[in-house]
Every structure is written in C-alpha cells, then in structure tokens.
Ligand binder design. Sequence first.
Ligand SMILES: [Zn+2]
Length: 242
Amino acid sequence: MNVTGKQTLVMKDYPSGNWRERGGVTPTLVIIHYTAMTCEAALARLCGTGDKGGQGGRVSSHYVIDEDGTTYRLVDESRCAFHAGEACWRGQRDINERSIGIELVHEGHRHDGGIDPYAEAQMGALESLCLEVMARAGMRASDVWGHSDIAPHRKQDPGETLPWQRLARKGIGIWADADERHVGGASEAQARDALRAIGYGVDVYPFADVVVAFQRHFRPSRVDGVVDASSLALMRAIADAL
Ligand SMILES: [Zn+2]
C-alpha cells in the first residue's frame, strides 16, 4: 500500500499471440473472469494455440492477476483479446472488440456449487488495475461487469464471492441497496424491463439464466433464478444507479 491506500501493482509482461486488431472500436467495458485453474496453467492456455486438449479455439485476456497480486500483461489494451466468447451486453455482441478482459487466478466453483473467497492481495491488485484501465479508457464505474453478466447461459465466473460491493466503493462497478417493501408483486415483465435497462441480454438468453446471473452479482446470498420482490427491487435500484 502507498499513502493513498492504493496497492502498487507488480506488473509483468507475458505476451500472448492471441489477439487481433480492434477494428476501430473503442473499449467501453471491463470484463472480470476467474481462471478455474492455476496461474501457470492459465498463462499457458491464454498464450497457447488452442489445438491441445480438445479445448477448441485460441483464447486470451489482457491481464491475469495471481492470488498474490502479481499481475501479468498478456495483450496490449489497444488490441482485441479473446476472452468474452459468445456474449451480449447493451444489445451488442462483439464484446471482445469492446472490452478489456481481466482473469483472476481462482479455482472457481466447486462441485457442490460453492466458491471460496478471493485473496486479499489479489483484490487489492484488481482495484488498482481496474482504476488504471478505466482512467486510460475514460470508463465509468458502471462499465465493469463479470463474464456471467454478459454470457449468463454458459458462464458462472467470477462467481458470488467477488466483492462487488467493496469494488463499487472504490468506483469500480456499481452497487445498490433496495427496499423490497416498495415493490408489490414481482412480474417477469417488470424484471425483463429492468434487466434490459441495465444491459443484460434478456432478449437473447433464457430468462432464468439472466436472473441467476443478476443474483450472482447483486444478491449472492440467494441465487435461485426466481424473480422475487427483493430481486426486482434490486434490479430497479441498479438500473437507476447507472
Ligand atoms: Zn470467463
């Protein structure tokens, strides 16, 4: 920590050849992931050719943050990395072109569905890196999202233990509290409208998957895909906070 309370980044270059030009599109999103593998395995995979282990195409991200906070720069921010896959946010589908990807080294969800907390040093590095990236790109707090937010039908990362509320206090991502007493019956139509306003792909992906993604991010204590009064109140509060 330095005097401003911001953790100094330990940055190492670890170039990946898995990128293409952005094609004139300016990045307007930061997307946060977990690796579900060790740092060593993740760096190999994100720099590999994608023809090993039946994993399919080439993948990469701009940054990888190890559990001890060590941060690896794989792809220059001016270039497009391959981290989002098939996704949708704010009605746009070319999310790789429009985003900067950050991978957090973490084992991911366990077989029982639980997920361990993130390491403190890693969160300090994430805060510092996000603030730097956002400043360079002119992004707002509401431009930082998780992989499951943009690809709710197939992704669970970064998972319920990413401390979004803490990040939001630093200006990274948004958070809101809501009073469910102000919501009468919660209808799917009302939830769809609120989720669409936030940016979720409710017209593209199964509705329950989108609700689960929202809950993972904003109400991790109960992730069941059910639009209850508390979920709807939160959806509206987040939409208002944008
Ligand atoms: Zn991911």
